[in-house]
Design a binder for this molecule. Structure first.
Ligand code: G3H
Length: 209
């Protein structure tokens, strides 16, 4: 990317006298114009450089959220002029089928067998009802996201949900599949992953009100 400017010369002494052709020097007004032009170009170059830095940094930080309100609304705090914000269905929370919207207490009361079946094998247990998923199902649907995450060179922030966090962190930090469903991943905590030649470094920040 480059800038292209065009201008006529500053006023010449021949311009003042209405003469064409020749090889006259600049008039005092022409000299002022030349200085003003140099200042103007300097400003434009600076503005351009800042624009480039801004454009480069914009394209270098992606914010991915799921398509659920609690996640898109968290992502809405990021200025789209500064961040490349994308909403991705794959990052949605596990679908709890017939148990969507219930508390664990409600589930225990309404579907005691389901509740116990899940406790017995949280990894493979699939919620009954429309679209119900298991952790294993979610692990599969996240495969393409994990590949994309490893492939991309940009920095990013992923705003997602507990089960997705357990799986993504689990994958990045080498947790076993059996461990994943039981890991503590509290809200209002930011995790930073830094791949190192041997293993992955993890940093955690907790938001304190
Ligand atoms: O909304 C879903 C919950 O965060 C899932 O957590 O797998 O420990 O029941 P859980």
């Amino acid at each position: 990317l480059r800038q292209i400017f065009l201008t006529r010369h500053g006023e010449s002494t021949d311009n003042v006298l209405g003469r064409i052709g020749g090889d006259a020097p600049l008039s005092p007004r022409g000299k002022k114009f030349a200085k003003a032009l140099a200042r103007f170009i300097k400003q434009q170059r600076l503005a351009f450089a800042l624009e480039m830095v801004r454009a480069a940094s914009n394209s270098q930080f992606t914010v991915w959220t799921s398509m659920l309100k609690r996640s898109t609304e968290t992502g809405a705090a990021f200025d789209p002029d500064e961040y490349d914000v994308k909403h991705i269905r794959f990052l949605n929370e596990i679908n709890s089928g017939c148990c969507e919207g219930l508390t664990y207490e409600d589930i225990q009361k309404a579907y005691p067998e389901e509740f116990h079946a899940r406790q017995a094998n949280k990894l493979y247990y699939r919620y009954p009802g429309m679209g119900g998923e298991s952790y294993i199902d979610v692990i599969h649907r996240l495969q393409s996201m994990i590949i994309e995450l490893e492939r991309m060179t940009q920095s990013c922030l992923i705003i997602t949900h507990r089960v997705i966090m357990r799986i993504l962190l689990g994958y990045l930090l080498d947790w076993t599949q059996t461990e994943m469903p039981h890991m503590m991943v509290p809200i209002h905590t930011v995790y930073e992953i830094r791949p190192k030649p041997y293993g992955t470094e993890l940093k955690k920040w907790q938001y304190i009100e």
